[in-house]
Design a protein around this ligand. Structure first.
Ligand SMILES: Cc1cc2nc3c(=O)[nH]c(=O)nc-3n(C[C@H](O)[C@H](O)[C@H](O)COP(=O)(O)OP(=O)(O)OC[C@H]3O[C@@H](n4cnc5c(N)ncnc54)[C@H](O)[C@@H]3O)c2cc1C
Length: 523
C-alpha cells in the first residue's frame, strides 16, 4: 500500500471489523458511483464510504473534498434507489455508515469521526441476512459480473448473488425475495446458451452450485438421489462405480449441473435411445414461488393417477420452482458397445441415411450428424481421424454382447444410400475417443471463430431432416451468412449456427430475416 488513501481505508476496515462488521466487498463499483467498502453487521448490508485524504493530496480543503464525495455518494444512492424502486418500499433503513476515526489518525488528515447516519441501503430482511453465512451472499463486482451471465454471453446486472448450501437457506432466500419484492433468478452452472440464467436487472441470483452432494446411489432400485448442484459428470462417475449411468449427456457434462439439466430438459447423443432428462427423473423436491418446500411425487416406478408435477417442472427453466433435490432413474451400463461411422458426399445423402437407420429395429445409442463445415473444424481438432467428406454420421450401438454384430450389420445396411462414401466400424477405442472429443469441442470452437454466432436448436420429425438441410443450404445462399450445422440427428435435432460477422452490416441486416424465415411445409 503506497497510497495514503489505501492506508486509511485499511485502518478504517480494521476498525469496522473490530466493531463486529464483516467485509463483503471492497471498492465496489455500481453503475451509479463507487463505494469503498460493503460491510455487513448481521442484518444490515451497509455501503460505506471511507472519508480520508489529506488536504495536500487534493490541494484543496478537506472539508470541500468530503462534501463533494458525500454529494456523489448521496446521488449514487438516490439513483440506485430510483433504478430499483422495489427497494424504496422495503420496511428497513438505508444508512450511510460514517467511518469512525482510526485510533492513530490525526483529524486533519484522517477519517472523519462518525457522523449522523445518512441515506444508504439495507438490502434484505433480518431473517435473510442471518440465514446466509460466510461468503454465501456476494455483492462484489467480480461476483456480479460472473453470475450475471451464462453461455449466451448476455450480461445481466444482478443486485447480489446468494450461494446457499441447504434447502432451508433456499426457503429463506425465496421468502425474503417475496417479502421485499426482489426478483430471483435461479442458476446452476450457467452453461445454458439461451440466457435463461441471466438475471433481470436488480434481481438476486440464486446459485445452487454449493448444493452438490450425491445423497444416494441405489442399484437395487436403479436410482440416484442428488442435490441440484451436482455436476453431470460427477454423477456419471459415481453411478459408473455401481455399473450404472444417467442417460442425459450434454456436451457440457463436465460443467453443467443436474438442476440445470432438469430445468432445461437437457439431452445429448444418448437421448435417441435412452431419452432426455424428462424421461429419466422420478421425483423432485422443490421450493415454490412463495418459499414453500414440496415433493413433486413419490419416487416410484409407476404413478397411475394424479397431476404430474415432476414433468411440469422439467423444462420450466426456473420459472416455477427451485429444484433442491432430485431422484433420478439410472440405467445399467450396457455389456458391450460399438462405434460406427459413415461418411457421405453431401448432407442430403447423410440425412436420408438417418431416416433409414431410424426406420429399422436396432435403435442406435447415438446418431450424430456433422456437416462438411463442421468436419473441417473437427479435423483441426482431431486431424486425419476425421474424414474429409460432405457429411458424417457418428453412430453407436450398445446392448448385450451377442447383439452387437447384428445391430452393426443392420446399421451398415441402412446407410447404403446413393452418396455413401465409406462405412466404418471404428474398432480403435483411442481413435473413437478422439473423434468424439472433436464432436464435443465443436460448439466452443465455433464460438471462438465467431463470438457473435447465433445458435438455433432446431428439431424436426426425423423423416423431414433431408428437407431441413436443403432449406438451410438455401438460407445460407440467400442470407450470405455461413451456416454450420451438426447435432443429434437421431432425434431430428440439429444445432444450426449462423456464423455471423457482427462487423458486416449486410450480415447483421440479413440475420433477423434468415431467423424469421419459416421452413416450407411439406406437401
Ligand atoms: C459447450 C456446450 C455444449 C452443450 N451441449 C448441450 C447438449 O448436448 N444438450 C443440451 O441439452 N444442452 C447442451 N448445452 C446447454 C447446457 O449445458 C444445458 O442446458 C445444461 O442443462 C444447463 O445446465 P446449467 O447447470 O449450466 O444450468 P444454467 O445454465 O445455470 O441454467 C439453465 C436454466 O435452468 C434453471 N435452473 C438451473 N438450476 C435450477 C434449479 N436447481 N432449479 C430450478 N431451475 C434451475 C435456470 O434458471 C435456467 O433457466 C451445452 C452448453 C454448452 C456450453
Amino acid at each position: 500500500m503506497n497510497d495514503l488513501g489505501d492506508r486509511y481505508e485499511a485502518l478504517a476496515l480494521a476498525h469496522l471489523q473490530a466493531a463486529g462488521l464483516r467485509l463483503l466487498a471492497r471498492n465496489f463499483q455500481t453503475r451509479f458511483g463507487e463505494l469503498d467498502l460493503v460491510m455487513r453487521d448481521g442484518d444490515v448490508v451497509a455501503f460505506v464510504e471511507v472519508r480520508y485524504r489529506a488536504r495536500a493530496d487534493y490541494g484543496g480543503g478537506a472539508e470541500s473534498v468530503t462534501a463533494s464525495k458525500q454529494r456523489k455518494l448521496a446521488t449514487a444512492a438516490a439513483q440506485f434507489l430510483q433504478a430499483h424502486p422495489h427497494l424504496a418500499s422495503l420496511p428497513c433503513r438505508f444508512d450511510v455508515v460514517g467511518c469512525p476515526a482510526p485510533r492513530n489518525a490525526r483529524p486533519s488528515t484522517g477519517c472523519a469521526t462518525p457522523s449522523t447516519p445518512e441515506p444508504c441501503r439495507t438490502l434484505f430482511s433480518t431473517s435473510f441476512a442471518r440465514t446466509l453465512h460466510g461468503d454465501a451472499l456476494q455483492v462484489d463486482d467480480e461476483a456480479l459480473q460472473r453470475y450475471g451471465r451464462d453461455d449466451s454471453k448476455r450480461q445481466g446486472e444482478p443486485l447480489a448473488v446468494a450461494l446457499p448450501r441447504t434447502r432451508e437457506e433456499v426457503v429463506a432466500i425465496v421468502q425474503a425475495c417475496v417479502e421485499h419484492g426482489v426478483a430471483l433468478t435461479t442458476r446452476g452452472a450457467g452453461t445454458g446458451t439461451t440466457g435463461a440464467a441471466v438475471p433481470d436487472r436488480g434481481a438476486l441470483v440464486l446459485s445452487l452450485e454449493r448444493m452438490d452432494r450425491i445423497l444416494a446411489i441405489d442399484p437395487g432400485q436403479r436410482l440416484a438421489v442428488v442435490e441440484p448442484g451436482v455436476l453431470n459428470l460427477a454423477l456419471q462417475r459415481a453411478a459408473g462405480g455401481h455399473g450404472f449411468f444417467w442417460p442425459p449427456d450434454p456436451a457440457s457434462a463436465d460443467r453443467c449441473t443436474i438442476g440445470g439439466n432438469l430445468a432445461c430438459n437437457a439431452g445429448g447423443p444418448r437421448t435417441v435411445k435412452y431419452g432426455a432428462s424428462r424421461d429419466n427423473v422420478l421425483s423432485m423436491v422443490a421450493v415454490d414461488g412463495r418459499g414453500r418446500l414440496f415433493h413433486s411425487a413419490r419416487p416410484l416406478g409407476k404413478l397411475a393417477t394424479g397431476y404430474n408435477l415432476t414433468q411440469l417442472l422439467v423444462g420450466s427453466e426456473g420459472t416455477l420452482a427451485v429444484i433442491v433435490e432430485a431422484t433420478l432413474r439410472l440405467q445399467p451400463q450396457p455389456q458391450a458397445s460399438r462405434a460406427l461411422s459413415a461418411s457421405f458426399r453431401d448432407v442430403e445423402s447423410a440425412a436420408l441415411a438417418v431416416t433409414r437407420i431410424m426406420a429399422q429395429p436396432a435403435t442406435p445409442s447415438a446418431l450424430e450428424f456433422l456437416d462438411g463445415k463442421s468436419l473441417r473444424l473437427a479435423r483441426a481438432h482431431a486431424g486425419d481421424d476425421v474424414p474429409e467428406a460432405g457429411a458424417l454420421l457418428l453412430i453407436e450401438v450398445d446392448g448385450a454382447g451377442d447383439s452387437i454384430d447384428g445391430q452393426a450389420a443392420a446399421v451398415r445396411d441402412a446407410v447404403q444410400v446413393e452418396g455413401l462414401l465409406a462405412f466404418e466400424a471404428a474398432g480403435d477405442r483411442a481413435r473413437r475417443e478422439r473423434v468424439w472429443a472433436a464432436r464435443r469441442a465443436l460448439s466452443p470452437a465455433l464460438r471462438t471463430l465467431a463470438p457473435k454466432k447465433i445458435n438455433e436448436d432446431v428439431v424436426v420429425p426425423v423423416p423431414r431432416l433431408p428437407e431441413l438441410v436443403a432449406f438451410l443450404d438455401r438460407l445460407e445462399r440467400d442470407s450470405g451468412i455461413l451456416i454450420v450445422c451438426f447435432g443429434h440427428a437421431g432425434n431430428g435435432n440439429l444445432h444450426v449456427n449462423l456464423m455471423l460477422d457482427p462487423d458486416n452490416p449486410a450480415q447483421a441486416a440479413a440475420a433477423p430475416v434468415a431467423l424469421a424465415r419459416p421452413m416450407p411445409c411439406s406437401p
